[in-house]
Design a protein around this ligand. Structure first.
Ligand SMILES: Cc1cc2nc3c(=O)[nH]c(=O)nc-3n(C[C@H](O)[C@H](O)[C@H](O)COP(=O)(O)O)c2cc1C
Length: 241
């Protein structure tokens, strides 16, 4: 029974790239459960290398919303590599995302140069899309997992924090959208200044939470089959299905 429910929540969790209702607030009780889930996340050496900054003040959200960000050339070009151009293609590939999530210029190799040239700064308000709650996950860049080159294990730990919070939110019926843009140099600098985040703290990512304005629409989500990712005793020995 519990196994079924855990799996259902894992499978149901998804990115909600839709506007949220600014007047539909996440209750304090639910927020506390999400923070409790963060607290219990596994981290390398149990170093608990994170802080969570909860932003739910409309005025502060408004100020964050005014910060402008510009999509980088690297993002536009590398994003293109992950795209499928039809649902059939995505179903066949089982990895990546649908091109229709992005502007038309980003989906055509012939117009990529133009998309890069014309990429202009837009306010974060467009990404926050009405969200009444923003969680900013911060890490202390001095805390490093022992003997982990580039603190890879520390970063994996931050991913565990993300997933714990995301699954808890899902189980509470709260929608989540991860916003990596907060960790990009230009935006990070401005957000840190605005919210008094001291050096040497760094922003890992932000998550906007809330309830969509309109009902959840069906969205094509794909994953590889287990036999495409699991190997038995020797690499290449697939056969789990
Ligand atoms: C580390 C990380 C960063 C992500 N950054 C973003 C982001 O900036 N914007 C976004 O829309 N989705 C972001 N995502 C969500 C992924 O694109 C998404 O999880 C993936 O496409 C699978 O879709 P699903 O979440 O609906 O299952 C991020 C996910 C992870 C794990």
């Amino acid at each position: 029974m519990v196994v079924d429910e855990v799996l259902k929540i894992i499978q149901r969790r998804r990115s909600s790239r839709v506007p949220f209702d600014p007047n539909c607030l996440v209750s304090e009780e639910k927020l506390r459960l999400i923070l409790e889930a963060a607290r219990w996340a596994p981290t390398a050496h149990n170093m608990q290398n994170f802080q969570v900054l909860v932003v739910d003040d409309r005025e502060v959200l408004g100020k964050i919303g005014k910060i402008k960000s510009r999509v980088s050339e690297a993002f536009i070009r590398e994003n293109y590599q992950q795209l499928s151009f039809s649902e059939e293609e995505l179903l066949r590939k089982k990895v990546g995302i649908l091109g229709t999530n992005f502007p038309p210029d980003w989906r055509d190799s012939a117009t990529l140069d133009r998309a890069v040239r014309e990429s202009s700064p837009s306010p974060l308000k467009d990404r926050l899309s009405g969200s009444p709650l923003l969680l900013i996950v911060i890490y202390d860049s001095r805390k490093r997992a022992p003997a982990s080159e580039g603190d890879v294990l520390g970063f994996i730990s931050l991913g565990c924090v993300m997933e714990n919070m995301w699954l808890m939110a899902e189980s509470l019926g709260i929608s989540v959208h991860v916003l990596s843009v907060f960790s990009g140099d230009a935006v990070e600098k401005k957000v840190k200044r605005l919210l008094n985040i001291p050096e040497p703290m760094k922003i890992a990512f932000a998550m906007r939470l809330g309830y969509p304005v309109s009902k959840r629409t069906k969205q094509l989500r794909v994953r590889r089959d287990v036999e495409m990712l699991a190997h038995h005793n020797r690499f290449g020995n697939t056969g789990f299905s």
